[in-house]
Ligand binder design. Sequence first.
Ligand code: MTE
Length: 325
Amino acid sequence: MLIKRSPNGIEIPFPSEITPQHIFESRRNFIRQIALGSIAGGALLEMAGRQALAQNSGQKLAGKPNPAYVVMDRPSAYKDATTYNNFYEFGTDKADPAKYAGSLKPRPWSIVIEGEVKKPVMLDLDSLIKLAPLEERIYRLRCVEGWSMVIPWIGYSLSALIKKVEPTGNAKFIEFVTLADPKQMPGLRSPVLDWPYVEGLRIDEANHPLALLTFGMYGEVLPHQNGAPVRIVLPWKYGFKSAKSIVKIRFVREQPKTAWSRAAPQEYGFYSNVNPAVDHPRWSQASERRIGEDGFFTRKRKTLMFNGYNEVASLYAEMDLGKFF
Ligand code: MTE
């Protein structure tokens, strides 16, 4: 993505965080080390703080596998999916979110749904999760930068939520507003984007069953770096459309001004459907590197129209996708 760095780079004050997979192991070691008397004073306090920060990650979350939404490709390794991330609120390097997103507090969390709806509402996380049965779906995710992964997500179709709030006839688009709290997100100090990170969809896109309101992955609640506690996943669009850590969903009349299209409109369009025939102004989109298949002789994969999700094609039947990229 286009990156504007501040003259001094990004200052990140937080200590490294523990990745979810290691939490159990590290807790056990922590207790063992206390028992052995090998941790003392400040170190003990610092570790206790880190344990507290990591508490929300790693919790199990079950979703009923939905065979209608499974790709044949092998899912990416959990480690790759949780250590190679884009979440600029925690820094612009791929490793930054895993290192620094421990400061995100995914509970308590609430989400406001407002605008052109008959039933605006503020929901806490548990009420939101219980709104519809959770499913596990294995989706391809193609980043605009030219890499891809395959991830087992847990959530339900966004359309279930849309139905509950009863959009008015004026609701033509949906805007997703994500958390922008400098106390939790060190990356906000850098003017990479005009915060908060905002994304949007046309209402018929948002109602497509593929659009997944997502609470978990790999049988666990979303790790902080993957957009805890709630994000959207839109597998037929470039990854940046899949906004993380959502706090507000607004139903609006006009096409929302999204963070990336404001930063570089000539490079990142509102639609951003995966399209191998429409190159990014600075690179080709014809092929992709699957993370985890990085051997020297490994061939790149051909990128598929709509990332292979042809069922969305009818949403764009009348459109010139070169113009509306
Ligand atoms: N959401 C927010 N709030 N901030 C971000 O920087 N990055 C986007 C998207 N959602 C981003 C975001 C980009 S560029 C990608 S590719 C995906 O998240 C990556 O999701 P993943 O880290 O779970 O693979």
